[in-house]
Design a protein around this ligand. Structure first.
Ligand code: ATP
Ligand code: MG
Length: 329
């Protein structure tokens, strides 16, 4: 982390609006890191197709929504390069090259792929879905990224990226750096089952209204063993307590004690968590509203970022071809 030459690549699938999980998992650290390092932020619309190929309109609209979310949380387009994955054909090219030296079994055994396939009810796996970690390796390698801030579900994918880059360098020439990961916190979903996720309907959007935040929390699952208000609770297994820890750490100890003693009810506890979340979101809402009035400027940010990323991609692909001896003319 003290290597000033680090290059950062992170991104999100454009399958809907970003939520609090994205904030604690990676947006929060991106806002810090953009001040110190060259930062690329990818709107992963091709990766979105791996599960949403039948909803292209949703994907295209989400490119705009996710960009607004980035700007709202404080990503600064003068510091970070925001770009659209499908507009960089060199990423697809590098994906094909990487796919030559990754086995189907290693992808099948990837624990995140397994969990996601199970959660989505997939029995047979689409080729694109199974291979998305390979395309992610190309996202990282095209801009020679060395540091990837992401949620813990990404650990196996970064490992795949490291292996692919190493293999490439061994086979041809040492052109691509091995990326490291910077792991953020994981935020559980309101359903108390998996992680908070855009596609699972268990999330609080980053631009939810204050009323929406409270309404969503009202329905959130809590400690299932706690039936009456005076029953002692088990905060360590309660999804709402995790929100206290992440969004108002200084009150978490008190909440933990009151819940364990049964002196605070779930309704009051959720109300306090809602206030903490709303305090975090208030400046984001304000910035988002301001950018919503400037649609053309937002588009220009993407045009310029994509132009810069494309330039870097072209240069890397020339080196890749050179290393492989397939730069014919
Ligand atoms: P989808 O349901 O479409 O897969 P998602 O909500 O899982 O969407 P992604 O775009 O797949 O979001 O993830 C983007 C980044 O955000 C990744 O780095 C991922 O680890 C992180 N992230 C997503 N959800 C969470 C969460 N609940 N807690 C922490 N990090 C998260
Ligand atoms: Mg995901």
């Amino acid at each position: 982390m003290n290597n000033t030459k680090d290059i950062i690549l992170t991104g999100d699938r454009t399958t809907g609006q970003l939520h609090l999980g994205h904030y604690v998992g990676s947006l929060r650290s991106r806002v810090q890191l953009q001040n110190e390092y060259k930062t690329y932020i990818l709107l992963a619309d091709v990766q979105a197709l791996t599960t949403h190929y039948d909803q292209p309109a949703l994907i295209a609209d989400s490119v705009h929504q996710v960009t607004l979310d980035y700007l709202a949380v404080g990503i600064d387009p003068d510091k970070a390069t925001l770009f659209i994955q499908s507009m960089i054909p060199e990423i697809a090219e590098l994906t094909v090259i990487f796919s030559m030296f990754v086995t189907v079994n290693s992808l099948r055994h990837n624990p995140t792929i397994k969990t996601e396939a199970r959660d989505r009810g997939y029995t047979d796996l689409y080729y694109g879905f199974l291979g998305y970690p390979v395309s992610q390796a190309a996202d990282i390698a095209f801009c020679k990224a060395t540091l990837v801030p992401a949620g813990e579900d990404q650990i196996p994918h970064i490992e795949t990226a490291r292996k692919l880059v190493r293999r490439f360098n061994e086979l041809y020439a040492p052109v691509l750096p091995e990326p490291r990961m910077l792991t953020g916190d994981r935020l559980g979903g309101l359903d108390g089952i998996g992680k908070m996720s855009k596609s699972m309907g268990n999330s609080i959007s980053l631009h939810a209204s204050p009323e929406d935040v409270h309404a969503k929390l009202t329905k959130a699952k809590t400690d299932p063993a706690r039936i009456h208000r005076t029953d002692p609770g088990h905060p360590d297994i309660c999804p709402v307590f995790a929100y206290h820890q992440l969004f108002r750490k200084e009150h978490a100890e008190e909440i933990h004690a009151s819940c364990s003693q049964g002196s605070i009810g779930c309704r009051d506890c959720k109300r306090i968590a809602g206030h903490a979340i709303n305090d975090l979101l208030a400046p984001f809402r304000e910035r988002r509203n301001a950018y919503e009035q400037r649609r053309d400027d937002v588009k220009e940010i993407l045009v310029e970022g994509t132009r810069q990323a494309r330039q870097v991609a072209r240069e890397t692909m020339l080196e890749v071809r050179e290393a492989m001896g397939i730069r014919y003319f």
